[in-house]
Design a binder for this molecule. Structure first.
Ligand code: SAH
Length: 408
């Protein structure tokens, strides 16, 4: 079936600096780099960028409401941005994923925005359900076509739409689309269930954080599984218990979960129940604490609790450059509290998902905090995201996870 999209076209000229960046392959053109527009564009119009000699440079999607005015889809040579163009992108992404998604795993990221050549667009797959998440209104005119392609290429039984807060605020331009709506197939009456390395999890694709689950920690969860045998584990910012169930399968004696969201903490118990057939997951002892991580960790310190493995995976504290300093302080405070809770010869795992904090400064922050807490640690691994989150532009590299052995 052919689904027409009929976008309008806007001819654009941009600054010299912007041209240089585009020619290097960077897919964002900021509002202050645009020096000429042939007409006022609407979200989703195709912006065709020309150089001073009227030669084609690139084409992308226009968004008059975003600081990133154009998100580039096609570099160097002209092409029709039509359904076949998108079909090829999604088919390619699907084929490469098929090669490296682990066995017993049907929850993964199919499209990782700019890193898969589709800036501002995420597509996550949970078994037969696909979730499209948009970060710019420029994707609104393409949603039905994308949903059709997911049914065609992946045989998706259901496609759900999620949008960033910034998009859902702009009601006037949503054309009746809304966050959490079902674009194709039936509305799920319960969260959907999928498998990750053979462990079953639920994902609330209509309302959950991100697209319902934190798929980016898959490989780090496997690393935790290998280190957890016989350990008393503390999982801070546990969400629905991703790290916890892997630790349990790895032989952990007990897992204590802390999260501020009662919905997340309740999901931990549902996820444990989904894995009742796994003897290690069902025999592990779980303690679920709903509350602020800082306060709850302090409470555990006052009670004299100690753990053989502490995992700290906070939300992004540095959403913009001006929050960087506060974010670093918050990370240092969490690391400090974490080091107060580890016993001798234990494992310390801490992640940051702020792209504005570099891996070097994050690792250094952990090393320095350990010193201040008089802990002798050795970093054993510093990792990033799994291969279904490929990194093509520097901004795509957001996740870092430090694994350390606490020696004494
Ligand atoms: N480790 C999880 C993902 C964590 S995401 C996984 O592997 O799936 C961050 C989590 O932090 C969210 O569940 C959010 O509810 C929780 N959170 C945010 N602020 C918090 C706070 N101040 N105290 C405790 N939890 C918090």
């Amino acid at each position: 079936m052919k689904r027409s999209i009929n976008p309008e076209t806007v001819a654009v000229r941009v600054s010299k600096d912007a041209l240089r960046n585009i020619r290097k392959g960077h897919p964002w053109v900021f509002e202050n780099s645009v020096i000429f527009l042939s007409k006022d564009g609407s979200p989703g119009d195709i912006a065709v960028i020309f150089d001073e000699k009227k030669r084609f440079v690139a084409a992308g999607l226009f968004d008059p409401f975003s600081m990133i005015r154009i998100r580039i889809l096609q570099f160097g040579k002209p092409a029709a941005i039509d359904e076949s163009w998108f079909r090829e992108k999604i088919s390619n992404a699907f084929m490469t994923r098929e090669n490296f998604i682990p066995q017993n795993t049907d929850g993964y990221r199919l499209i990782y925005g700019e890193n898969d050549g589709l800036p501002g667009l995420i597509i996550d797959v949970y078994g037969g359900s696909s979730v499209i998440k948009i970060y710019s209104l420029c994707w609104i005119p393409y949603l039905e076509m994308l949903s059709g392609l997911l049914v065609e290429i992946l045989n998706s039984k259901r496609v759900v739409l999620r949008m960033s807060e910034q998009c859902s605020k702009n009601k006037e331009h949503l054309k009746d689309f809304e966050d959490g709506m079902v674009l194709s197939g039936e509305k799920p009456d319960v969260p959907v269930i999928f498998s990750e390395n053979g462990i079953f999890f639920e994902s609330d694709i209509e309302r959950g954080q991100k697209t319902g689950f934190f798929l980016d920690q898959r490989d780090n969860r496997s690393r935790v599984e290998k280190l957890a045998d016989k350990k008393k584990v503390l999982n801070v910012f546990s969400y629905s218990g991703g790290f916890s169930l892997y630790a349990a399968r790895g032989g952990a004696e007990s897992v204590t979960n802390i999260d501020i969201s009662s919905y997340a903490v309740e999901a931990v118990s549902r996820n444990i129940a989904l894995n009742v057939n796994n003897p290690k997951i069902s025999s592990c002892r779980y303690v679920n604490l709903t509350g602020d991580a800082f306060e709850t960790m302090e409470m555990l310190i006052r009670k004299g609790e100690k753990f053989g493995m502490v995992i700290i995976d906070p939300p992004s504290f540095a959403k913009s450059e001006k929050h960087r300093k506060n974010a670093l302080n918050a990370y240092a405070k969490l690391a400090r509290l974490g080091f107060k809770l580890v016993e001798k010869e234990s494992v310390f795992v801490m992640a940051s998902c702020s792209s504005r904090i570099t891996v070097e400064e994050f690792s250094e922050l952990i090393v320095q905090t350990a010193k201040k807490e008089k802990k002798n640690i050795a970093l054993t691994e510093v990792t990033g995201h799994p291969s279904d989150h490929p990194v093509k532009i520097p901004e795509g590299r957001y996740l870092k996870c430090v694994f350390a052995r606490v020696l004494s």
